[in-house]
Design a protein around this ligand. Structure first.
Ligand code: DGT
Ligand code: CA
Ligand code: CA
Ligand code: ZN
Length: 606
Protein backbone atom coordinates (compact mmCIF):
# COMPACT_ATOMS: atom_id res chain seq x y z
CA UNK A 1 0.00 0.00 0.00
CA UNK A 2 2.73 2.49 0.99
CA UNK A 3 4.76 1.96 -2.14
CA UNK A 4 1.69 2.32 -4.35
CA UNK A 5 0.75 5.63 -2.75
CA UNK A 6 4.34 6.89 -2.84
CA UNK A 7 4.49 6.07 -6.55
CA UNK A 8 1.24 7.90 -7.23
CA UNK A 9 2.49 10.97 -5.37
CA UNK A 10 5.76 10.94 -7.31
CA UNK A 11 3.80 10.64 -10.50
CA UNK A 12 1.57 13.56 -9.55
CA UNK A 13 4.66 15.68 -8.88
CA UNK A 14 6.10 14.63 -12.21
CA UNK A 15 2.96 15.42 -14.18
CA UNK A 16 2.77 18.84 -12.54
CA UNK A 17 6.43 19.41 -13.41
CA UNK A 18 5.62 18.60 -17.03
CA UNK A 19 3.41 21.66 -16.94
CA UNK A 20 0.16 19.72 -17.00
CA UNK A 21 -2.54 21.28 -14.85
CA UNK A 22 -6.01 20.29 -13.88
CA UNK A 23 -8.88 21.51 -16.01
CA UNK A 24 -10.26 23.83 -13.33
CA UNK A 25 -6.97 25.66 -13.37
CA UNK A 26 -6.43 25.58 -9.62
CA UNK A 27 -2.80 24.70 -10.14
CA UNK A 28 -2.22 27.65 -12.40
CA UNK A 29 -3.05 30.26 -9.80
CA UNK A 30 0.50 30.91 -8.79
CA UNK A 31 3.84 29.66 -9.99
CA UNK A 32 5.26 29.59 -6.50
CA UNK A 33 2.23 27.73 -5.20
CA UNK A 34 2.78 25.11 -7.88
CA UNK A 35 6.45 24.68 -7.00
CA UNK A 36 5.45 24.27 -3.38
CA UNK A 37 2.83 21.72 -4.27
CA UNK A 38 5.28 19.69 -6.33
CA UNK A 39 7.74 19.69 -3.45
CA UNK A 40 5.15 18.57 -0.95
CA UNK A 41 4.12 15.59 -3.08
CA UNK A 42 7.73 14.53 -3.41
CA UNK A 43 8.38 14.90 0.29
CA UNK A 44 5.24 12.99 1.20
CA UNK A 45 6.25 10.20 -1.21
CA UNK A 46 9.60 9.86 0.56
CA UNK A 47 7.98 9.72 3.95
CA UNK A 48 5.34 7.18 3.01
CA UNK A 49 7.69 4.93 1.10
CA UNK A 50 9.97 4.66 4.12
CA UNK A 51 7.32 4.09 6.78
CA UNK A 52 7.48 0.82 8.60
CA UNK A 53 3.72 0.77 9.25
CA UNK A 54 1.29 0.50 6.39
CA UNK A 55 -0.80 3.66 6.03
CA UNK A 56 -4.03 1.67 5.89
CA UNK A 57 -3.18 0.16 9.29
CA UNK A 58 -2.45 3.61 10.59
CA UNK A 59 -5.69 4.87 9.15
CA UNK A 60 -7.65 2.00 10.67
CA UNK A 61 -6.52 2.88 14.17
CA UNK A 62 -6.09 6.65 14.10
CA UNK A 63 -8.07 7.86 11.08
CA UNK A 64 -7.08 11.11 9.40
CA UNK A 65 -5.33 12.40 12.53
CA UNK A 66 -2.87 9.53 12.36
CA UNK A 67 -2.03 10.52 8.78
CA UNK A 68 -1.63 14.17 9.71
CA UNK A 69 0.97 13.23 12.31
CA UNK A 70 3.29 11.94 9.59
CA UNK A 71 6.07 14.37 8.71
CA UNK A 72 5.43 16.30 5.48
CA UNK A 73 1.81 15.21 5.32
CA UNK A 74 -0.62 18.15 5.35
CA UNK A 75 -4.36 18.21 5.02
CA UNK A 76 -4.60 17.99 1.22
CA UNK A 77 -2.25 15.02 1.10
CA UNK A 78 -3.81 13.28 4.09
CA UNK A 79 -7.20 13.47 2.37
CA UNK A 80 -5.73 11.85 -0.73
CA UNK A 81 -4.23 9.03 1.32
CA UNK A 82 -7.61 8.56 3.00
CA UNK A 83 -9.30 8.45 -0.38
CA UNK A 84 -6.87 5.81 -1.58
CA UNK A 85 -7.26 3.70 1.55
CA UNK A 86 -11.06 3.82 1.29
CA UNK A 87 -11.59 3.61 -2.48
CA UNK A 88 -8.30 2.40 -3.99
CA UNK A 89 -8.22 5.51 -6.16
CA UNK A 90 -7.21 9.17 -6.04
CA UNK A 91 -9.48 11.32 -8.15
CA UNK A 92 -7.10 14.20 -8.53
CA UNK A 93 -4.48 11.82 -9.93
CA UNK A 94 -6.94 10.12 -12.29
CA UNK A 95 -8.03 13.53 -13.60
CA UNK A 96 -4.48 14.74 -14.13
CA UNK A 97 -3.69 11.59 -16.10
CA UNK A 98 -6.64 12.25 -18.37
CA UNK A 99 -5.31 15.65 -19.43
CA UNK A 100 -2.48 14.12 -21.42
CA UNK A 101 -2.21 10.58 -22.87
CA UNK A 102 1.41 10.02 -21.87
CA UNK A 103 2.48 6.92 -19.92
CA UNK A 104 4.11 8.90 -17.17
CA UNK A 105 4.60 6.02 -14.75
CA UNK A 106 6.79 4.38 -17.37
CA UNK A 107 8.63 7.41 -18.75
CA UNK A 108 9.47 8.87 -15.37
CA UNK A 109 11.77 5.91 -14.77
CA UNK A 110 14.20 7.23 -17.34
CA UNK A 111 16.84 8.81 -15.15
CA UNK A 112 18.18 12.04 -16.63
CA UNK A 113 15.24 12.64 -18.95
CA UNK A 114 13.15 15.15 -17.07
CA UNK A 115 9.46 16.05 -17.15
CA UNK A 116 10.02 19.10 -19.35
CA UNK A 117 11.78 16.96 -21.96
CA UNK A 118 9.00 14.38 -21.89
CA UNK A 119 6.52 17.20 -22.50
CA UNK A 120 8.56 18.54 -25.42
CA UNK A 121 8.78 15.08 -26.94
CA UNK A 122 5.05 14.69 -26.62
CA UNK A 123 4.24 18.11 -28.11
CA UNK A 124 6.55 17.63 -31.07
CA UNK A 125 6.37 13.92 -31.85
CA UNK A 126 3.37 12.69 -29.82
CA UNK A 127 5.64 10.28 -27.96
CA UNK A 128 3.63 8.52 -25.24
CA UNK A 129 5.79 5.71 -23.91
CA UNK A 130 9.25 4.20 -23.90
CA UNK A 131 8.68 2.04 -26.99
CA UNK A 132 7.69 5.09 -29.03
CA UNK A 133 10.58 7.06 -27.64
CA UNK A 134 12.97 4.31 -28.66
CA UNK A 135 11.51 4.17 -32.17
CA UNK A 136 11.80 7.92 -32.60
CA UNK A 137 15.39 7.92 -31.36
CA UNK A 138 16.38 5.01 -33.63
CA UNK A 139 14.66 6.70 -36.54
CA UNK A 140 16.69 9.88 -35.97
CA UNK A 141 13.56 11.94 -35.46
CA UNK A 142 14.49 13.47 -32.12
CA UNK A 143 17.59 15.38 -33.23
CA UNK A 144 15.47 17.64 -35.40
CA UNK A 145 13.48 19.06 -32.48
CA UNK A 146 14.74 22.50 -31.49
CA UNK A 147 17.23 22.21 -28.64
CA UNK A 148 18.01 18.54 -29.28
CA UNK A 149 20.96 16.98 -31.09
CA UNK A 150 22.26 13.66 -32.33
CA UNK A 151 24.28 13.35 -29.14
CA UNK A 152 21.20 13.88 -27.02
CA UNK A 153 19.36 11.30 -29.10
CA UNK A 154 22.11 8.75 -28.43
CA UNK A 155 22.03 9.57 -24.73
CA UNK A 156 18.29 8.86 -24.71
CA UNK A 157 18.84 5.43 -26.26
CA UNK A 158 21.47 4.65 -23.66
CA UNK A 159 19.08 5.59 -20.87
CA UNK A 160 16.42 3.32 -22.32
CA UNK A 161 18.89 0.42 -22.36
CA UNK A 162 19.77 1.10 -18.74
CA UNK A 163 16.10 1.11 -17.83
CA UNK A 164 15.48 -2.22 -19.58
CA UNK A 165 18.42 -3.84 -17.84
CA UNK A 166 17.42 -2.39 -14.48
CA UNK A 167 13.88 -3.68 -14.65
CA UNK A 168 15.12 -7.23 -14.49
CA UNK A 169 16.77 -6.74 -11.10
CA UNK A 170 15.46 -4.73 -8.15
CA UNK A 171 17.56 -2.54 -5.90
CA UNK A 172 17.78 -4.16 -2.50
CA UNK A 173 16.65 -1.00 -0.70
CA UNK A 174 13.50 -0.79 -2.81
CA UNK A 175 12.27 -4.20 -1.76
CA UNK A 176 13.87 -4.59 1.66
CA UNK A 177 10.93 -3.45 3.84
CA UNK A 178 8.45 -5.59 1.94
CA UNK A 179 10.60 -8.72 1.98
CA UNK A 180 11.30 -8.34 5.70
CA UNK A 181 7.62 -7.91 6.36
CA UNK A 182 6.68 -11.05 4.43
CA UNK A 183 9.49 -12.92 6.16
CA UNK A 184 8.25 -12.02 9.64
CA UNK A 185 4.63 -12.68 8.71
CA UNK A 186 5.56 -16.16 7.46
CA UNK A 187 7.45 -16.84 10.69
CA UNK A 188 4.17 -16.33 12.57
CA UNK A 189 2.08 -18.72 10.49
CA UNK A 190 1.20 -21.74 12.60
CA UNK A 191 3.12 -24.82 11.55
CA UNK A 192 6.12 -22.78 10.38
CA UNK A 193 9.24 -23.03 12.55
CA UNK A 194 11.69 -20.88 10.60
CA UNK A 195 11.18 -18.44 7.75
CA UNK A 196 14.06 -16.81 5.89
CA UNK A 197 14.37 -14.85 2.67
CA UNK A 198 17.40 -16.66 1.22
CA UNK A 199 19.14 -16.20 -2.14
CA UNK A 200 20.80 -12.95 -3.15
CA UNK A 201 18.64 -11.08 -0.63
CA UNK A 202 20.29 -12.86 2.28
CA UNK A 203 23.68 -12.27 0.68
CA UNK A 204 22.81 -8.54 0.60
CA UNK A 205 23.54 -8.19 -3.06
CA UNK A 206 22.92 -4.68 -4.35
CA UNK A 207 20.30 -5.95 -6.78
CA UNK A 208 17.92 -8.86 -6.43
CA UNK A 209 16.57 -11.01 -9.26
CA UNK A 210 13.87 -12.83 -7.34
CA UNK A 211 13.24 -13.49 -3.67
CA UNK A 212 13.56 -17.04 -2.40
CA UNK A 213 11.53 -17.62 0.76
CA UNK A 214 12.39 -20.76 2.64
CA UNK A 215 10.29 -22.04 5.52
CA UNK A 216 10.58 -25.12 7.68
CA UNK A 217 7.82 -27.07 9.29
CA UNK A 218 8.05 -29.53 12.12
CA UNK A 219 5.19 -31.54 10.68
CA UNK A 220 7.16 -33.64 8.25
CA UNK A 221 5.05 -35.47 5.76
CA UNK A 222 1.97 -33.75 7.09
CA UNK A 223 0.59 -32.62 3.79
CA UNK A 224 -2.26 -30.60 5.19
CA UNK A 225 0.21 -28.30 6.99
CA UNK A 226 2.21 -27.83 3.81
CA UNK A 227 -0.93 -27.13 1.81
CA UNK A 228 -2.07 -24.59 4.36
CA UNK A 229 1.31 -22.82 4.22
CA UNK A 230 1.33 -22.75 0.43
CA UNK A 231 -2.24 -21.41 0.44
CA UNK A 232 -1.27 -18.72 2.88
CA UNK A 233 1.62 -17.64 0.66
CA UNK A 234 -0.26 -17.49 -2.63
CA UNK A 235 -3.13 -15.59 -1.01
CA UNK A 236 -1.02 -12.83 0.50
CA UNK A 237 -2.30 -9.37 -0.45
CA UNK A 238 0.99 -8.57 -2.22
CA UNK A 239 0.54 -11.40 -4.72
CA UNK A 240 -0.58 -10.39 -8.18
CA UNK A 241 -0.37 -13.70 -9.95
CA UNK A 242 0.26 -17.34 -9.12
CA UNK A 243 2.84 -18.62 -11.56
CA UNK A 244 2.98 -22.17 -10.31
CA UNK A 245 2.60 -24.40 -7.30
CA UNK A 246 3.44 -27.87 -6.09
CA UNK A 247 3.10 -29.88 -2.89
CA UNK A 248 5.94 -28.03 -1.15
CA UNK A 249 6.59 -25.01 -3.33
CA UNK A 250 4.97 -22.02 -4.97
CA UNK A 251 6.02 -19.37 -7.45
CA UNK A 252 4.27 -16.03 -7.56
CA UNK A 253 4.59 -12.61 -9.10
CA UNK A 254 4.12 -9.80 -6.60
CA UNK A 255 2.22 -6.58 -7.26
CA UNK A 256 5.51 -4.69 -7.38
CA UNK A 257 6.47 -6.82 -10.39
CA UNK A 258 8.98 -8.98 -8.57
CA UNK A 259 8.99 -12.79 -8.61
CA UNK A 260 9.00 -14.67 -5.33
CA UNK A 261 9.45 -18.37 -4.62
CA UNK A 262 8.45 -20.32 -1.56
CA UNK A 263 9.89 -23.64 -0.58
CA UNK A 264 8.65 -25.64 2.41
CA UNK A 265 11.11 -28.10 3.94
CA UNK A 266 11.08 -30.31 7.04
CA UNK A 267 12.91 -28.86 10.01
CA UNK A 268 15.69 -31.49 9.88
CA UNK A 269 16.63 -30.27 6.38
CA UNK A 270 16.31 -26.58 7.10
CA UNK A 271 20.04 -25.88 7.49
CA UNK A 272 20.94 -27.74 4.31
CA UNK A 273 18.14 -26.09 2.34
CA UNK A 274 19.15 -22.69 3.67
CA UNK A 275 22.74 -23.35 2.67
CA UNK A 276 21.59 -24.37 -0.80
CA UNK A 277 19.11 -21.55 -1.44
CA UNK A 278 21.31 -18.83 -0.01
CA UNK A 279 23.84 -19.50 -2.73
CA UNK A 280 25.66 -18.18 -4.46
CA UNK A 281 25.54 -20.97 -6.94
CA UNK A 282 29.35 -20.80 -7.26
CA UNK A 283 29.75 -21.06 -3.50
CA UNK A 284 27.31 -23.97 -3.35
CA UNK A 285 29.15 -25.87 -6.07
CA UNK A 286 32.48 -25.38 -4.31
CA UNK A 287 31.10 -26.49 -0.93
CA UNK A 288 29.71 -29.63 -2.54
CA UNK A 289 33.19 -30.40 -3.83
CA UNK A 290 34.51 -30.15 -0.29
CA UNK A 291 31.81 -32.62 0.76
CA UNK A 292 32.81 -35.07 -1.96
CA UNK A 293 36.47 -34.76 -1.01
CA UNK A 294 35.48 -36.00 2.45
CA UNK A 295 33.40 -38.91 1.17
CA UNK A 296 30.15 -37.09 1.95
CA UNK A 297 27.28 -35.88 -0.19
CA UNK A 298 25.63 -32.49 0.28
CA UNK A 299 22.28 -31.52 -1.18
CA UNK A 300 19.33 -29.37 -0.12
CA UNK A 301 18.09 -32.16 2.16
CA UNK A 302 21.20 -32.65 4.21
CA UNK A 303 24.72 -34.07 4.40
CA UNK A 304 24.80 -37.80 3.74
CA UNK A 305 27.50 -40.39 4.34
CA UNK A 306 28.56 -43.30 2.12
CA UNK A 307 25.58 -45.34 3.38
CA UNK A 308 23.26 -42.53 2.42
CA UNK A 309 22.27 -41.75 5.97
CA UNK A 310 21.86 -38.18 6.98
CA UNK A 311 24.66 -36.93 9.21
CA UNK A 312 23.71 -33.24 9.27
CA UNK A 313 21.10 -30.81 7.93
CA UNK A 314 19.16 -29.16 10.74
CA UNK A 315 21.25 -25.99 10.95
CA UNK A 316 23.68 -24.30 8.59
CA UNK A 317 26.39 -24.31 11.26
CA UNK A 318 26.04 -28.07 11.55
CA UNK A 319 26.26 -28.49 7.78
CA UNK A 320 29.45 -26.45 7.45
CA UNK A 321 30.94 -28.06 10.55
CA UNK A 322 30.32 -31.58 9.32
CA UNK A 323 32.22 -30.68 6.17
CA UNK A 324 35.15 -29.39 8.25
CA UNK A 325 34.36 -25.76 7.54
CA UNK A 326 33.73 -22.74 9.73
CA UNK A 327 30.33 -21.17 9.18
CA UNK A 328 30.60 -18.49 6.49
CA UNK A 329 28.58 -15.26 6.51
CA UNK A 330 26.09 -15.16 3.62
CA UNK A 331 27.48 -11.85 2.32
CA UNK A 332 30.81 -13.43 1.36
CA UNK A 333 29.50 -16.69 -0.11
CA UNK A 334 30.72 -16.01 -3.62
CA UNK A 335 33.58 -18.52 -3.96
CA UNK A 336 36.14 -15.77 -3.85
CA UNK A 337 38.54 -17.34 -1.38
CA UNK A 338 36.18 -17.76 1.57
CA UNK A 339 36.00 -21.55 1.42
CA UNK A 340 39.78 -22.03 1.63
CA UNK A 341 39.86 -19.78 4.68
CA UNK A 342 36.95 -21.60 6.31
CA UNK A 343 38.71 -24.98 6.14
CA UNK A 344 39.42 -26.04 9.67
CA UNK A 345 43.02 -26.09 10.91
CA UNK A 346 45.04 -29.01 9.63
CA UNK A 347 42.75 -29.28 6.67
CA UNK A 348 44.27 -26.38 4.71
CA UNK A 349 44.68 -27.12 1.09
CA UNK A 350 46.78 -25.24 -1.31
CA UNK A 351 44.57 -22.65 -2.91
CA UNK A 352 44.80 -21.02 -6.29
CA UNK A 353 42.90 -17.96 -5.19
CA UNK A 354 44.89 -15.34 -3.36
CA UNK A 355 43.40 -14.19 -0.10
CA UNK A 356 46.17 -11.68 0.48
CA UNK A 357 48.03 -13.40 3.25
CA UNK A 358 44.92 -14.19 5.27
CA UNK A 359 44.77 -17.38 7.27
CA UNK A 360 41.32 -16.91 8.77
CA UNK A 361 37.94 -15.70 7.63
CA UNK A 362 37.48 -11.98 8.24
CA UNK A 363 35.52 -10.86 11.32
CA UNK A 364 33.05 -8.80 9.32
CA UNK A 365 31.72 -5.49 10.60
CA UNK A 366 28.38 -6.11 12.33
CA UNK A 367 25.08 -4.42 11.50
CA UNK A 368 25.07 -2.56 14.83
CA UNK A 369 28.70 -1.42 14.79
CA UNK A 370 28.28 2.09 13.42
CA UNK A 371 28.32 4.95 15.91
CA UNK A 372 27.97 7.87 13.54
CA UNK A 373 27.10 9.01 10.05
CA UNK A 374 29.37 11.38 8.17
CA UNK A 375 27.25 12.35 5.18
CA UNK A 376 23.99 13.99 6.15
CA UNK A 377 22.11 16.82 4.40
CA UNK A 378 19.84 19.42 5.97
CA UNK A 379 17.33 21.95 4.76
CA UNK A 380 20.15 24.46 4.37
CA UNK A 381 20.40 22.83 0.93
CA UNK A 382 18.53 19.94 -0.68
CA UNK A 383 17.70 18.03 2.50
CA UNK A 384 14.13 18.21 3.70
CA UNK A 385 14.63 18.60 7.46
CA UNK A 386 16.45 20.84 9.90
CA UNK A 387 19.78 20.00 11.49
CA UNK A 388 18.02 19.42 14.83
CA UNK A 389 15.46 17.09 13.32
CA UNK A 390 18.10 15.04 11.54
CA UNK A 391 20.16 14.79 14.73
CA UNK A 392 17.20 13.89 16.89
CA UNK A 393 16.16 11.08 14.57
CA UNK A 394 19.69 9.74 14.26
CA UNK A 395 19.95 9.64 18.03
CA UNK A 396 16.53 8.38 19.05
CA UNK A 397 15.38 6.20 16.17
CA UNK A 398 18.72 4.89 14.97
CA UNK A 399 20.83 4.89 18.13
CA UNK A 400 23.69 6.88 16.61
CA UNK A 401 26.09 8.93 18.73
CA UNK A 402 27.08 11.57 16.19
CA UNK A 403 26.58 12.81 12.67
CA UNK A 404 28.21 15.31 10.38
CA UNK A 405 26.12 17.83 8.49
CA UNK A 406 27.63 17.87 5.03
CA UNK A 407 25.53 20.10 2.85
CA UNK A 408 26.40 20.80 -0.76
CA UNK A 409 28.59 23.75 -1.68
CA UNK A 410 28.26 26.71 -3.96
CA UNK A 411 28.86 25.28 -7.43
CA UNK A 412 26.03 22.78 -7.01
CA UNK A 413 23.38 25.29 -7.98
CA UNK A 414 20.67 22.69 -8.30
CA UNK A 415 20.94 21.86 -4.62
CA UNK A 416 21.27 25.47 -3.48
CA UNK A 417 24.89 24.92 -2.47
CA UNK A 418 26.37 26.95 0.41
CA UNK A 419 29.23 29.44 0.04
CA UNK A 420 32.04 29.92 2.56
CA UNK A 421 30.17 32.42 4.70
CA UNK A 422 27.07 30.26 4.79
CA UNK A 423 29.16 27.27 5.82
CA UNK A 424 30.60 29.29 8.69
CA UNK A 425 27.13 30.44 9.73
CA UNK A 426 25.93 26.86 9.65
CA UNK A 427 28.90 25.73 11.67
CA UNK A 428 28.06 28.37 14.31
CA UNK A 429 24.50 27.18 14.38
CA UNK A 430 25.74 23.63 14.93
CA UNK A 431 27.84 24.81 17.87
CA UNK A 432 24.75 26.45 19.37
CA UNK A 433 22.69 23.28 18.96
CA UNK A 434 25.43 21.19 20.53
CA UNK A 435 25.64 23.64 23.42
CA UNK A 436 21.92 23.52 24.00
CA UNK A 437 22.02 19.70 24.10
CA UNK A 438 25.22 19.09 26.04
CA UNK A 439 23.81 16.25 28.07
CA UNK A 440 22.18 14.07 25.46
CA UNK A 441 25.36 12.20 24.57
CA UNK A 442 25.07 13.17 20.93
CA UNK A 443 27.35 15.37 18.88
CA UNK A 444 26.77 17.14 15.61
CA UNK A 445 29.94 17.70 13.59
CA UNK A 446 30.25 20.57 11.15
CA UNK A 447 31.10 19.65 7.60
CA UNK A 448 30.49 20.00 3.90
CA UNK A 449 30.18 17.98 0.72
CA UNK A 450 32.52 20.08 -1.40
CA UNK A 451 32.48 19.92 -5.15
CA UNK A 452 35.54 18.72 -7.00
CA UNK A 453 35.80 20.93 -10.04
CA UNK A 454 36.97 19.98 -13.50
CA UNK A 455 40.64 20.57 -12.69
CA UNK A 456 40.52 18.80 -9.33
CA UNK A 457 40.35 22.00 -7.27
CA UNK A 458 37.53 22.56 -4.79
CA UNK A 459 34.83 25.22 -4.87
CA UNK A 460 35.52 26.34 -1.28
CA UNK A 461 38.94 27.62 -0.17
CA UNK A 462 41.03 25.63 2.32
CA UNK A 463 41.02 28.31 5.02
CA UNK A 464 37.25 27.86 5.31
CA UNK A 465 37.34 24.07 5.03
CA UNK A 466 39.93 23.85 7.77
CA UNK A 467 37.40 25.29 10.18
CA UNK A 468 35.00 22.41 9.54
CA UNK A 469 35.30 19.04 11.24
CA UNK A 470 34.41 16.77 8.34
CA UNK A 471 35.18 17.63 4.74
CA UNK A 472 33.92 15.25 2.10
CA UNK A 473 34.79 15.96 -1.51
CA UNK A 474 32.75 14.67 -4.41
CA UNK A 475 32.31 14.88 -8.14
CA UNK A 476 28.88 16.06 -9.27
CA UNK A 477 29.62 17.39 -12.74
CA UNK A 478 31.54 16.64 -15.96
CA UNK A 479 30.95 12.90 -15.84
CA UNK A 480 32.07 12.25 -19.39
CA UNK A 481 35.72 13.26 -19.08
CA UNK A 482 38.20 10.48 -19.98
CA UNK A 483 39.48 8.14 -17.26
CA UNK A 484 42.88 9.78 -16.76
CA UNK A 485 41.39 13.26 -16.33
CA UNK A 486 38.66 11.92 -14.07
CA UNK A 487 41.10 9.94 -11.93
CA UNK A 488 43.31 12.99 -11.64
CA UNK A 489 40.44 15.06 -10.29
CA UNK A 490 40.00 12.52 -7.52
CA UNK A 491 43.73 12.23 -6.84
CA UNK A 492 44.02 16.03 -6.58
CA UNK A 493 41.16 16.06 -4.11
CA UNK A 494 42.76 13.27 -2.07
CA UNK A 495 46.04 15.16 -1.99
CA UNK A 496 44.27 18.28 -0.74
CA UNK A 497 45.16 18.64 2.94
CA UNK A 498 41.65 19.81 3.84
CA UNK A 499 39.82 16.82 2.38
CA UNK A 500 39.07 14.05 4.87
CA UNK A 501 36.84 11.81 2.78
CA UNK A 502 36.08 11.19 -0.89
CA UNK A 503 32.32 10.80 -1.03
CA UNK A 504 30.67 8.27 -3.39
CA UNK A 505 33.95 7.79 -5.26
CA UNK A 506 32.62 6.50 -8.61
CA UNK A 507 29.38 8.48 -8.93
CA UNK A 508 27.39 5.50 -10.16
CA UNK A 509 23.63 5.12 -9.74
CA UNK A 510 22.79 1.43 -9.88
CA UNK A 511 20.58 0.54 -12.86
CA UNK A 512 20.44 4.21 -13.87
CA UNK A 513 23.84 5.38 -14.89
CA UNK A 514 27.41 4.19 -14.87
CA UNK A 515 29.67 6.36 -12.81
CA UNK A 516 32.47 8.33 -14.38
CA UNK A 517 35.50 6.15 -15.17
CA UNK A 518 38.03 5.84 -12.33
CA UNK A 519 41.37 4.08 -12.08
CA UNK A 520 40.49 2.52 -8.75
CA UNK A 521 43.96 1.15 -8.02
CA UNK A 522 45.49 4.60 -8.32
CA UNK A 523 42.79 6.15 -6.18
CA UNK A 524 43.24 3.50 -3.48
CA UNK A 525 47.01 3.91 -3.44
CA UNK A 526 46.74 7.69 -3.22
CA UNK A 527 44.09 7.44 -0.51
CA UNK A 528 46.43 5.21 1.49
CA UNK A 529 49.44 7.49 1.00
CA UNK A 530 47.53 10.68 1.86
CA UNK A 531 45.45 9.19 4.69
CA UNK A 532 42.30 10.06 2.81
CA UNK A 533 39.23 8.06 3.74
CA UNK A 534 37.03 6.53 1.03
CA UNK A 535 33.30 6.43 1.53
CA UNK A 536 30.86 3.61 1.13
CA UNK A 537 27.77 5.65 0.32
CA UNK A 538 24.98 3.48 1.72
CA UNK A 539 22.13 4.95 -0.28
CA UNK A 540 20.77 1.90 -2.06
CA UNK A 541 20.82 3.73 -5.37
CA UNK A 542 24.54 4.24 -5.05
CA UNK A 543 26.33 1.68 -2.85
CA UNK A 544 29.50 3.40 -3.91
CA UNK A 545 32.20 2.05 -3.34
CA UNK A 546 30.93 -1.31 -4.47
CA UNK A 547 31.93 -4.64 -2.90
CA UNK A 548 34.96 -5.48 -5.03
CA UNK A 549 36.39 -1.98 -4.57
CA UNK A 550 35.82 -2.17 -0.83
CA UNK A 551 37.80 -5.39 -0.78
CA UNK A 552 40.64 -3.76 -2.72
CA UNK A 553 40.63 -0.81 -0.33
CA UNK A 554 40.63 -3.05 2.73
CA UNK A 555 43.49 -5.18 1.38
CA UNK A 556 45.45 -1.97 0.81
CA UNK A 557 44.77 -0.72 4.34
CA UNK A 558 42.72 2.26 3.25
CA UNK A 559 40.29 3.52 5.88
CA UNK A 560 36.62 3.63 4.99
CA UNK A 561 33.44 5.18 6.35
CA UNK A 562 29.85 4.08 5.74
CA UNK A 563 27.41 7.00 5.32
CA UNK A 564 23.71 7.15 4.66
CA UNK A 565 23.78 10.28 2.45
CA UNK A 566 20.51 11.07 4.26
CA UNK A 567 18.33 13.82 2.85
CA UNK A 568 15.50 12.74 5.14
CA UNK A 569 15.44 11.36 8.71
CA UNK A 570 14.21 7.98 7.52
CA UNK A 571 17.23 7.63 5.26
CA UNK A 572 19.44 6.62 8.20
CA UNK A 573 17.90 3.19 7.62
CA UNK A 574 20.04 2.99 4.48
CA UNK A 575 23.15 2.49 6.61
CA UNK A 576 22.23 -1.19 6.71
CA UNK A 577 22.77 -1.51 2.97
CA UNK A 578 26.19 0.13 3.23
CA UNK A 579 27.13 -2.27 6.00
CA UNK A 580 25.93 -5.17 3.86
CA UNK A 581 28.06 -3.93 0.99
CA UNK A 582 31.06 -3.50 3.31
CA UNK A 583 30.57 -7.07 4.54
CA UNK A 584 30.46 -8.23 0.93
CA UNK A 585 33.78 -6.42 0.56
CA UNK A 586 35.25 -8.37 3.51
CA UNK A 587 35.51 -5.24 5.66
CA UNK A 588 36.18 -5.66 9.35
CA UNK A 589 35.16 -3.14 11.99
CA UNK A 590 38.72 -1.86 12.22
CA UNK A 591 38.60 -0.61 8.61
CA UNK A 592 35.47 1.47 9.13
CA UNK A 593 36.26 4.68 10.99
CA UNK A 594 32.72 5.61 11.93
CA UNK A 595 32.57 2.57 14.19
CA UNK A 596 34.76 4.72 16.49
CA UNK A 597 33.48 7.30 18.97
CA UNK A 598 33.50 10.84 17.53
CA UNK A 599 36.68 11.99 19.28
CA UNK A 600 38.68 8.96 18.13
CA UNK A 601 37.29 9.32 14.64
CA UNK A 602 38.40 12.94 14.44
CA UNK A 603 41.86 11.91 15.68
CA UNK A 604 42.18 9.37 12.87
CA UNK A 605 41.51 11.82 10.07
CA UNK A 606 44.41 13.45 8.26
P1 DGT B 1 19.11 -13.62 -8.05
O1 DGT B 1 17.78 -14.18 -7.74
O2 DGT B 1 19.43 -13.60 -9.49
O3 DGT B 1 19.33 -12.27 -7.44
O4 DGT B 1 20.25 -14.55 -7.40
P2 DGT B 1 20.09 -15.80 -6.44
O5 DGT B 1 21.45 -16.11 -5.92
O6 DGT B 1 19.02 -15.56 -5.44
O7 DGT B 1 19.72 -16.97 -7.43
P3 DGT B 1 18.38 -17.82 -7.66
O8 DGT B 1 17.18 -17.15 -7.17
O9 DGT B 1 18.41 -18.23 -9.09
O10 DGT B 1 18.63 -19.12 -6.81
C1 DGT B 1 18.67 -19.08 -5.40
C2 DGT B 1 19.81 -19.95 -4.91
O11 DGT B 1 19.54 -21.32 -5.23
C3 DGT B 1 21.12 -19.67 -5.55
O12 DGT B 1 21.79 -18.59 -4.93
C4 DGT B 1 21.84 -20.97 -5.34
C5 DGT B 1 20.75 -21.99 -5.51
N1 DGT B 1 20.76 -22.48 -6.90
C6 DGT B 1 19.93 -22.13 -7.89
N2 DGT B 1 20.23 -22.80 -9.03
C7 DGT B 1 21.28 -23.60 -8.72
C8 DGT B 1 22.07 -24.52 -9.45
O13 DGT B 1 21.87 -24.78 -10.64
N3 DGT B 1 23.09 -25.15 -8.78
C9 DGT B 1 23.33 -24.90 -7.46
N4 DGT B 1 24.34 -25.52 -6.83
N5 DGT B 1 22.62 -24.02 -6.76
C10 DGT B 1 21.61 -23.38 -7.37
CA1 CA C 1 16.88 -15.14 -5.91
CA1 CA D 1 14.76 -18.05 -7.28
ZN1 ZN E 1 26.93 13.93 -3.39
Amino acid sequence: MNLEIANIFREIAYILEMGVTEKDGEDQKSKLGLIFKIRSYKKAADVIENLYTEVDELYKTEKINGLLKLPSVGKAIALKIEEYVLTGKIHYYEDLKKVIPVNVSELMNLEGIGPKTIMTLYSNLKIQDIAELENAARGGRIRSIAGFSQKREEAILKKIQFFRKGKERRLIGEIYPLVKEIESRLANVSGIKHAVAAGSFRRMRETIGDVDFLVSTSAEGDNSTKTRIIDYFINMPEVREIVGKGAAKAFVKLKNGMDADLLVVPEESFGAALQYFTGSKEHGVAVRKVALSRGLKLNEWGVFDANNSRVAGRTEEEVYQTLGLDWISPEIREDKGEIELALRKGAHQHSKKSSKGRTKLPQLIEYNDLQGDLQVHSNYTDGTFSIEEMAQNARIKFGLKYLAITDHTTSLKLANGLNGQELMDQSNRIAEINDANKDNGFEILSGAEVNIQKDGSLDIPNNILDRLEIVGAAIHSNFSLPIDVQTNRLLEAAKNSSVDIIFHPTGRMINRRDGYPVDMIKLIETARDTKTVLEVDAHYNRLDLKDEHIRMAVENKVNLVIDSDAHHPLHFAFLRFGIGQARRGWAEKSSILNTLPASKLLDSLK
